[in-house]
Design a protein around this ligand. Structure first.
Ligand SMILES: [Zn+2]
Length: 336
């Protein structure tokens, strides 16, 4: 029985270590930002295939980096309503029902679950001296289709072919079904000062360097909103910098995204990895015999301490961290 449980545990460890070492470049970027250690995926890859002292160190460092990142990563489900992904490459799956829309005090419609978050943001902006002016909020697919078609028709009247008119329209209008505004979780806002004094188009990236734009960049997260399309991230978001386009994701996720300077897309990728890893840990805890578990933890800790000469408390972190350590120490044993 004990031997069978031990074997099962090692199988699970092997599965788990493969997951842990399969660190993507995106993840490493955020790890590098959040810690002083910079373990590249190349290092991690090579260390999983050799057994030198150096590579074992690199493996332990990789595990520690992961743990640091794990600490402040929000607990989310990819099915959370506030994490819906709609954009140029992600057509909306199902539109928000009319009864789920709520009216803001300025008359605009948004998902009713974010009405109070926006009102609080607007109030704080006002207190800080940057009263907000809303330019756009929820837009139905039907409305997007209307304004898209109107532009196409106007271009056709100006002598363009239909194909040409559609091509030009796509440069400035989001295709119906592909706008984040369909979700009711996105808004376009500027401040009163920009609205009154700026000449030219209202939604211009110059707003980002104004006091109001800077205030939003620094404080929107406190109310659950992110600046959805940051500067220099077009490759990932497919959309240029838009300091006015705010997206609700909830306070915890917004804080993580802004502090780690990742895009929403990158956050979702990281979330998928975290969830996969957590599921692997959970299935291990469900299957393993608790007594066997204790035996393995104790043995592994002793070995870890002997090998690395690190203080016991350094190795005694949370359960998840401990598990990550076990994964590496046990796997080394298997390979030898
Ligand atoms: Zn927008």
């Amino acid at each position: 029985m004990a031997a069978a449980a031990g074997f099962l545990f090692l199988v699970l460890l092997t599965i788990q270590v493969n997951r842990v070492t399969a660190v993507t470049p995106i993840k490493n970027l955020s790890i590098a930002r959040s810690t002083t250690q910079t373990v590249t995926s190349a290092t991690t890859e090579s260390s999983s295939q050799t057994s030198t002292e150096y590579s074992e160190d690199a493996q332990e460092q990789a595990a520690v980096s992961d743990e640091v990142n794990e600490d402040d990563f929000p607990t989310v489900s990819l099915n959370d309503w506030s994490l819906a992904l709609v954009g140029p490459k992600n057509k909306i799956v199902s539109e928000i029902a009319q009864e789920d829309l709520g009216k803001l005090s300025n008359g605009y419609l948004v998902d009713k679950r974010i009405v109070s978050a926006y009102e609080e943001l607007a109030e704080a902006a006002k207190v800080a001296g940057h009263p907000l002016v809303m330019v756009s909020a929820y837009r139905s697919v039907e409305y997007q289709q209307e304004i898209f078609d109107a532009n196409v028709n106007s271009l056709i009247r100006q002598g363009n072919t239909k194909e040409e008119a559609i091509r030009i329209t796509k440069l400035t209008f989001t295709e119906p079904g592909y706008s984040e505004h369909h979700t009711g979780l996105a808004i376009d806002v500027i401040d009163e000062d920009w609205y009154q004094n700026h000449t030219g188009e209202l939604l211009n990236e110059g707003f980002g360097v104004t006091d109001g734009g800077k205030w939003l960049q620094a404080h929107a997260r406190e109310y659950g909103f992110i600046i959805r399309y940051p500067k220099g991230k077009h490759d990932i978001t497919q959309i240029d910098y838009e300091p006015w386009h705010l997206r609700y994701v909830g306070v915890e996720v917004a804080t993580y995204i802004e502090e780690h300077e990742v895009t929403f897309e990158e956050f979702l990728d990281e979330a998928k990895e975290h969830i996969t890893r957590k599921e692997a840990e959970l299935s291990y805890h469900e299957l393993a015999d608790p007594l066997q578990e204790d035996w393995i933890f104790t043995n592994s800790l002793t070995r870890n301490q002997e090998n690395s000469q690190r203080a016991q408390e350094e190795l005694l972190m949370s359960g998840g961290d401990l598990f990550a350590k076990n994964v590496f120490s046990q796997t080394k044993e298997v390979k030898k």
